[in-house]
Design a protein around this ligand. Structure first.
Ligand SMILES: C[S@@+](CC[C@H](N)C(=O)[O-])C[C@H]1O[C@@H](n2cnc3c(N)ncnc32)[C@H](O)[C@@H]1O
Length: 146
C-alpha cells in the first residue's frame, strides 16, 4: 500500500483547513442582513485586534465565525444573547453536531439558505456545504424548546 492521500480525503481536509477559517461573507448577503438588523459589531472581523471570544460584544452583532471553533463561538454568542444582545450567525448547517443542538435549537429563528454560498476567498466557486443564518434576538427567556 502506498501513502498517497485518497482524493476524497484531500477535499475533506480542505474543508476544515486553517485557510478556510477566513472565508468572507458575501457582500450581498451581509448588506441584506445589515439592512434588516443594523449591526454595530463584528467580533471576528477580517483583521481582528482582540480575541472575540474574550470581549464584550455590541448590541447588534453579525458573526461569521472561524469554522474550526464553532462550539466556542456559539457558546459565546449564546451568552451575549442571554444578556439581551442581538446575535446573528452565518454558519454551516451542521444539524448533527452537539453545538447545533445545544445552541442553534434555542435560537429565535433559523433561515436555511437555498443553494450554496460563494464565499470570497474560496476561489470563486460555491461552498461545499449548506449554510444558514441563525438569529438570537429579543432576549432569552430561559425556556427550552421541546
Ligand atoms: C469566516 S471569517 C469571517 C470574516 C468576516 N467577519 C466576514 O464576515 O467576512 C472569520 C474571521 O474570524 C477571525 N478570527 C479567528 N479567530 C478569532 C478570534 N479569536 N477573535 C477574533 N477574530 C477571530 C479570522 O481572522 C477571520 O477573519
Amino acid at each position: 500500500m502506498g501513502t498517497k492521500t485518497k482524493p476524497e480525503m484531500r477535499s475533506f481536509k480542505g474543508l476544515f483547513s486553517s485557510i478556510n477559517q477566513k472565508w468572507k461573507t458575501p457582500l450581498e448577503l451581509y448588506n441584506e442582513l445589515n439592512k434588516e438588523f443594523d449591526f454595530d459589531f463584528d467580533p471576528c472581523p477580517d483583521e481582528p485586534e482582540s480575541d472575540g471570544l474574550d470581549i464584550e460584544w455590541g448590541e447588534r452583532n453579525f458573526v461569521n465565525p472561524p469554522y474550526n471553533q464553532l462550539t466556542a463561538w456559539m457558546e459565546k454568542g449564546f451568552e451575549e444573547f442571554k444578556k439581551g444582545k442581538l446575535v446573528v450567525f452565518l454558519i454551516p448547517s451542521r444539524t448533527d453536531t452537539r453545538w447545533w443542538h445545544n445552541f442553534c435549537m434555542k435560537a429565535t429563528e433559523i433561515r436555511f439558505i437555498k443553494g450554496r454560498l460563494s464565499f470570497e476567498g474560496f476561489g470563486g466557486g460555491s461552498a461545499p456545504f449548506p449554510s444558514c443564518v441563525v438569529i438570537f434576538k429579543g432576549g432569552y427567556n430561559g425556556m427550552e424548546k421541546s
